[in-house]
Design a protein around this ligand. Structure first.
Ligand code: HAM
Length: 418
C-alpha cells in the first residue's frame, strides 16, 4: 500500500515541541541515573550485519522471523536496522576490545516491523543498560531495581515488576523435553506460530499472548520446576536481594521473554495504564551471548526500557512554565541594529534570546514571544534608544521596568531564576 508522500511512514512518530522536550527530559533522567550506577554511554550504528541479530535474538524469535528491517546494500551485504541494543553492545565491546567487567548504557532509536498500535511503533526509542562481566545475583537484583527507581523518579506508580528464572544449559534440556511432550499432546489448541515453536523453541509457547495458547499452557511444566541446584540458589539470592531492597515483585513462572539469549533471571515491568502493549521494559541475564559472539566466557545482565511507553505512562506533562528565553522586541528600523547587538551580546553571555528580524508589528512580536513561552520581552523603542536603556517586561506578571545596558543581562538572569 502506498502512503501519501506528505505523511510520515506507518508506525513512525513526529515529536514536536513540547513533546520532543518531554522525551529529552526523560532521556536526561535516565542518563543521570545510569551514570549514578557506574554505566558509561556507548553509541553504536543504527544498522548492523543482519547476522548480529539472527545469531543473538534468535533465528526463531519474532524479531528475526517477522520484525527485522533487513535489506541488502549496493554491495549485496545483508544488513538490518537495529531491532534491539544488546547484540549491538556485545558486538561493539568485542570489536573494540573493551576490558570487562564494564557497564554501558545506550539511548536511541530502534526498528521493528510490527503491527502499529498504541505503544507499538515501527521506529521507537529505547534506553538500556548492560553490565558485562558480572555474575553475582546482586547485579541481577540491582538491575531489576534500577528500572523501578527510574519509573519512580518519573512518577510512574502503576508498574508491576515480574521476575522469573529460566535456568541454564544444565537444567533447560530436561525441562524442554518435558514441555515438548506436554505441548505435543495439546498441539491442536495452539496458534500456528506455537505449533512451529514446539520443535524449534517450546519455551516461547509459555508466554504466547494468544488466548487459546494461554489456556493450553496453564498447567505446563515451568522452567522453575526444573532448575538445577546452582540456578535455584542464584534465583533465591536474587529474590533475597530484592526483598532486602524492599522491592515489591511478582513471580511469573511463564515469563520467558521473546529473545533467545537469556538464561536464569528474566524480568519485565508491566504498566496497568498501557492497554495491550503493557510492557514498559524488560531484561535478564545472558551468560552465553558473549561467548557465542566469539568472546571469552563472560556473564552479563541488562535491561531496556521503551521511551514512548514510558512517556505514555508517566505523569511528566508538558509544563505551562515559561522557558528561560528572552524575546527582544523592537519598534522601528531605527532600533533594529541596537536590538540585534543586544541579542548577540546576551547570547554571548549565555542568555537564550529570540528576535524577529522581519519588521512585524509589535503586537505580533509579543504574540510570538508568548507562543515560544518566553519568560520576558526586552523592548527597544525610540524612547529607550534615546535614554540608552531597555524595558524588561516579565511575561508571567506583566511587570515592566527599565534597565541600563550594563544591568540588563543580570536582570534577565534574575528573572529566569524567579
Ligand atoms: P524488549 O523486551 O524486546 O527487550 O524491549 C524492551 C522494551 O522496548 C519493551 O518493553 C518496550 O517498552 C519497548 N519496545 C519494544 N518494541 C517496541 C515497539 N515496537 N514499539 C514501542 N516500544 C517497543 C530488549 O530489547 C532487550 N534488548 C532488553 C535487554 C537488555 N535484555 C538484556 N539487556
Amino acid at each position: 500500500m502506498t502512503e501519501p508522500r506528505q505523511s510520515r511512514p506507518k508506525g513512525t512518530q513526529d515529536f514536536v515541541p513540547p513533546g520532543s522536550e518531554r522525551m529529552r527530559q526523560v532521556e536526561e533522567t535516565f542518563r543521570r541515573l545510569a551514570e549514578c550506577y557506574g554505566y558509561r554511554e556507548i553509541i553504536t550504528p543504527t544498522f548492523e550485519h543482519a547476522a548480529v541479530f539472527v545469531k543473538s535474538s534468535g533465528e526463531t524469535s519474532d524479531i528475526v522471523t517477522k520484525e527485522m528491517y533487513s535489506f541488502k546494500d549496493r554491495s549485496d551485504r545483508d544488513l538490518a536496522l537495529r531491532a534491539e541494543g544488546t547484540p549491538c553492545v556485545v558486538r561493539a565491546v568485542l570489536e573494540n576490545r573493551l576490558r570487562m567487567p564494564c557497564r554501558l548504557y545506550y539511548v536511541g532509536p530502534f526498528f521493528r516491523y510490527s503491527r502499529p498500535q498504541k505503544g507499538r511503533y515501527r521506529e521507537f526509542n529505547q534506553v538500556g543498560v548492560e553490565a558485562l562481566g558480572e555474575a553475582s545475583p546482586l547485579t541481577d537484583a540491582e538491575a531489576i531495581s534500577f528500572g523501578n527507581v527510574f519509573f519512580e523518579s518519573l512518577g510512574i506508580r502503576d508498574c508491576t515488576t515480574q521476575v522469573n528464572s529460566i535456568g541454564c544449559r544444565e537444567c533447560r534440556p530436561t525441562h524442554r523435553a518435558e514441555l515438548r511432550k506436554f505441548l505435543l499432546e495439546r498441539k491442536e489448541q495452539l496458534c500456528e506460530d506455537c505449533k512451529l515453536r514446539i520443535d524449534r523453541n517450546p519455551l516461547r509457547v509459555l508466554d504466547c499472548k494468544v488466548e487459546t495458547c494461554r489456556q493450553a499452557v496453564q498447567d505446563a511444566p515451568t522452567p522453575r520446576q526444573y532448575l538445577c541446584s546452582a540456578c535455584q540458589k542464584h534465583h533465591e539470592q536474587v529474590l533475597a536481594a530484592l526483598n532486602r531492597r524492599g522491592l515489591r515483585y511478582e513471580a511469573n513462572d511463564r515469563l520467558v521473554r521473546g529473545l533467545d539469549y537469556y538464561n536464569r533471571t528474566t524480568f519485565e515491568y508491566i504498566s496497568a495504564s498501557l492497554g495491550a502493549q503493557d510492557s514498559l521494559g524488560g531484561g535478564g541475564r545472558y551468560d552465553y551471548l558473549i561467548e557465542e559472539f566469539g568472546g571469552p566466557d563472560t556473564p552479563a545482565v541488562g535491561l531496556a526500557i521503551g521511551l514512548e511507553r514510558t512517556l505514555l505512562a508517566a505523569s511528566v506533562k508538558p509544563t505551562a512554565a515559561r522557558r528561560h528565553l528572552a524575546f527582544v522586541v523592537w519598534l522601528t528600523e531605527a532600533e533594529l541594529s541596537a536590538a540585534r547587538d543586544l541579542a548577540d551580546r546576551l547570547r554571548a553571555d549565555d542568555v537564550p534570546v529570540q528576535i524577529d528580524y522581519d519588521a512585524r508589528k509589535i503586537k505580533e512580536q509579543f504574540k510570538s514571544a508568548d507562543a515560544a513561552q518566553a519568560a520576558c520581552c526586552i523592548i527597544i523603542g525610540p524612547d529607550e534608544l534615546a535614554k540608552g536603556v531597555y524595558s524588561l517586561k516579565n511575561l508571567a506578571t506583566g511587570e515592566q521596568r527599565e534597565f541600563s545596558s550594563d544591568a540588563i543581562s543580570g536582570e534577565v538572569r534574575k528573572l529566569f531564576e524567579g
